[in-house]
Design a protein around this ligand. Structure first.
Ligand code: C2E
Ligand code: CA
Ligand code: CA
Length: 787
């Protein structure tokens, strides 16, 4: 492109000026004009776009001079075809220029010209003065400019009329030959071509400027990849967005800059783009490497323009979506994490667990799920306050995180429950077991709550599984194993195995059956007599629950009472037992041989030494076992009172048995409830005494009238003297506190004799009588009333 304006066109040397108007045009003049036109055409053919204006200017001047007119000019019409604008003008010496007056001439005003020009015709006015009145307007304008004659030639573009060129004669009229007019039309065509080329050029410059500005300032990166997926172009914006120096990345493989996790979907987008060349195909959210070595999120399109020679590759337009992504990730994090500890929550845990199982399936390795529960967390939380509890949970989470290995997950499952998923690196479970054991070791150091150090142990359940496991089942089994760890004394790890599953399933089934047991009349009570140790006469009996299961047959309480306590079913069942035992008591008393006289209230329980039930049934009692869950029922005392009333029984016929360990759980609360029961007139016994390690001082405060010596002591009496000594000690102690002693599990005559000699008040056991249905008690009752 030449930046130098073209030299002015000089008139052909061999040709003289044209003759004046009216004189026939000699062919030599026409030839001169032809030569001039040829020069103009040649000049324009090589004219650079930015030199078009100068070229037109000098061509107009050369023609004007050569032909001998006074003014030559060019007008352009605006896009709407409404206004004319004089863009170029040449004037002979001493001729006044008009260009400044002619910048916005309404085209319609010279309607005669307009019609002709729009048809593509030239307009030739050989003598302005001769113009008829119908063209008065045109005549007046031309006269104002002293024009004698004029020729205008249209600039006809391919789409529309672009304007015209014109030649004024001022000093004297000029005559134009038809041939000269035709030559000028050729010049006009050259001008139109040049003008349109220049317009396109200016438009291109403008759009390129716009484009450059856009590319430089946009948050979009534009990349072009060659057929090898190597970078062949990087937009300047890449430096700002990714910190890349564009030239440093030229020629490198694009995938080297992609996040490994996104390569597949980017490659898929490229294939999709290749399948539809020229059409953009979406590149979903993906990450590109930033120069500072972290990832920037993009969303983009890939377009296959390999067929376009100007591009020759795949064009990627990628938009920086880091901020949107950050917001998205924050939301996602919130939805998948526990706000207190920041650990993954249950939902994310399940996801990770499924991933780990998938990994195990692919590698053939094992994985472990460890279910961790803090021991006595509720107690700490209640005693120290929620803030301290939260602090403890955060610290516990931190400790678990510290022992986490790559690929493992720790999640907060619920309140004080955490779950860890450990990925093994072999099909041998040993390493996973020791990894799980290390978890509990993390709790050996005390925690700092508020200002005191607090020892917090944890119980854990472990399941080891392979790639065929089901996430929900794994969690359930690990939970069940943890539960067993709690049952087995806490602060330990329990591994889940197949027998445990059977046991748990069995228990599960039992519990679901138990819900219907009461309504369907499957529960019943057996009774075991208690005898006076010295006289061996009947004193009372203990009600023992039985379950007549439709398939399993008679089920003993040790098999279902723990489950009933766990599920809370013990509360309605216990109420049923109380009612049934009292109903039975009423029935026995009503059937008493000396019936009619209800047993007198109260006094008979602590019968005189050697005594038994009185002749009218006086002093007979029934012992009912009470679960600690029932003790926590706010309406317990009320229920007992109502039932006694319902069966018209004095409170002293009822003795409630509570195990020593259940009383130990919440001693203050127990003392309060027991006191209210004693005030009611009901007698109370401590069951399984000796197994719960209760302090003797504490025993003194309990409003209890009987101690039942656990049968393990009775059993050990013969084999070692320790057993006998313990029984003797309990006996002494009880007497000191004004309590009676009952020896349980008396299986032999020797045991009975020994207990009698040790001064026990009552005895109970297979040797004396086994538990049996209510009518089996008849024998003992009849014996008691002397029949
Ligand atoms: P427990 O209160 O210590 O009841 C005595 C248990 O010892 C009974 O077992 C009885 O059959 C058994 N037994 C009696 N004499 C002997 C003996 O000479 N040798 C041996 N080896 N055992 C003897 P059972 O009926 O299986 O009851 C077990 C436990 O179930 C009871 O222990 C009691 O803690 C609980 N239980 C029974 N019925 C109820 C109830 O209605 N409510 C509640 N909460 N618990 C109950
Ligand atoms: Ca009992
Ligand atoms: Ca017992």
């Amino acid at each position: 492109m030449s930046l130098v304006p073209p030299a002015p066109l000089s008139p052909p040397s061999r040709v003289a000026a044209m003759p004046a108007a009216g004189v026939a045009e000699p062919s030599a003049k026409l030839l001169g004009l032809l030569e001039l036109m040829t020069n103009i055409l040649r000049r324009f053919a090589g004219l650079a776009d930015q030199d078009v204006d100068a070229g037109i200017q000098s061509a107009l001047a050369a023609i004007g001079e050569f032909v001998g007119v006074d003014r030559s000019y060019l007008f352009l019409i605006d896009d709407q075809g409404e206004y004319l604008r004089n863009t170029h003008e040449w004037c002979a010496p001493a001729i006044h220029p008009e260009i400044d007056n002619l910048q916005a001439v309404p085209f319609a005003e010279i309607h005669y010209w307009k019609d002709a020009l729009l048809r593509g015709d030239s307009v030739y006015v050989p003598c302005v003065a001769d113009l008829p009145d119908t063209r008065r307007f045109e005549r007046d304008i031309l006269r104002q400019q002293d024009v004698q004659s004029v020729l205008v030639v249209p600039l006809v573009g391919p789409d529309r009329l672009r304007g015209f060129i014109g030649f004024d004669a001022v000093r004297q009229a000029h005559a134009w030959s038809h041939a000269a007019t035709l030559l000028l039309r050729a010049v006009a065509d050259v001008f139109v071509g040049a003008i349109m080329r220049r317009e396109a050029y200016l438009a291109l410059i403008a759009s390129e400027r716009r484009y450059r500005a856009l590319v430089r300032h946009s948050t979009d990166a534009v990349l072009i990849l060659d057929t090898d997926f190597r970078l062949s172009y990087l937009s300047p914006s890449i430096e700002r967005i990714l910190g890349w120096r564009p030239d440093a990345w030229l020629g490198r493989r694009f995938f080297a800059a992609c996040h490994p996790g996104d390569v597949d979907q980017i490659a898929a987008a490229f294939s999709a783009a290749s399948a539809t060349p020229g059409m953009g195909s979406a590149v979903p959210d993906h990450r590109l490497l930033h120069a500072r070595n972290d990832w920037v999120w993009f969303l983009g399109t890939a377009t296959d323009l390999r067929a376009d020679p100007a591009i020759g590759g795949i064009v990627i337009n990628a938009h920086d979506i880091t901020q949107r992504k950050a917001a998205e990730l924050a939301l996602q994090h919130q939805a998948l994490h526990d706000p207190l500890t920041g650990l993954p929550n249950r939902a994310l845990l399940k996801d990770r667990l499924a991933q780990s199982i998938g990994h195990a399936r692919r590698t053939g390795h094992l994985l472990a799920v460890v279910f961790i529960d803090l021991d006595h967390f509720k107690l700490i939380n209640d005693a120290m306050g929620h803030q301290a509890g939260d602090r403890l949970l955060i610290d516990a989470a931190q400790r678990l995180l510290e022992i986490l290995r790559a690929g493992d997950t720790v999640a907060r499952f619920g309140g004080d429950e955490f779950v860890m998923v450990l990925e093994g690196n072999s099909d041998q479970p040993e390493s996973l077991v020791s990894a799980a054991e290390r978890i509990l070791a993390a709790f050996e150091r005390p925690f700092l709550t508020k200002v005191v150090e607090q020892v917090v142990t944890a119980s854990a359940g472990l399941v080891i599984a392979d790639g065929n496991a089901d996430p929900d089942e794994l969690l359930r089994d690990a939970d069940a194993a943890m539960y067993l760890a709690k049952e087995r004394g806490r602060a330990c790890l329990q591994r889940f195995d197949a027998p445990m599953r059977d046991h748990l399933l069995d228990r599960l089934e039992l519990v679901s059956d138990l819900r219907r047991a009461e309504q369907e009349g499957q529960l019943l009570l057996h009774y075991q007599p208690l005898f006076d140790a010295r006289s061996r006469r009947l004193r009372g009996c203990e009600a023992l629950l039985r379950w007549q299961h439709p398939r399993r047959g008679m089920v003993g309480p040790t098999r279902f009472i723990p489950a009933a306590e766990e599920t809370g079913l013990i509360v309605p069942i216990g109420a049923w037992v109380l009612n049934e035992a009292l109903r039975q008591m009423r029935a026995w008393l009503d059937a008493w041989p000396s019936a009619g006289k209800a047993p007198a209230s109260g006094t008979g329980v602590c019968a005189a030494a050697g005594a038994g039930v009185g002749p009218d049934g006086q002093g007979l009692f029934v012992a009912v076992n009470l679960s600690v869950r029932q003790l926590n029922e706010p309406r317990l005392v009320e229920t007992v009172r109502a039932l006694l009333e319902r069966w018209r029984l004095p409170p002293a016929v009822l003795c409630l048995e509570l195990t020593e360990s259940s009383l130990m759980a919440e001693p203050d609360h127990c003392v309060a409830v027991l006191s209210r029961l004693r005030d009611l007139g009901v007698s109370l016994a401590i069951d399984d005494f000796g197994t719960g390690y209760s302090s003797l001082a504490y025993l003194r405060d309990l409003p209890v009238s009987k101690l039942k010596i656990d049968r393990s002591f009775v059993a050990s009496m013969q084999s070692d003297h320790g057993g006998r000594n313990i029984v003797a000690a309990i006996r002494t102690l009880a007497r000191e506190f004004g309590m009676e002693t009952v020896a349980e599990g008396v299986e032999t005559e020797a045991q009975y004799q020994a207990l009698r000699l040790l001064g026990c008040d009552m005895v109970q056991g297979y040797h004396l009588a086994r538990p049996g249905p209510a009518d089996a008690m008849d024998v003992f009752l009849r014996a008691a009333c002397g029949e």
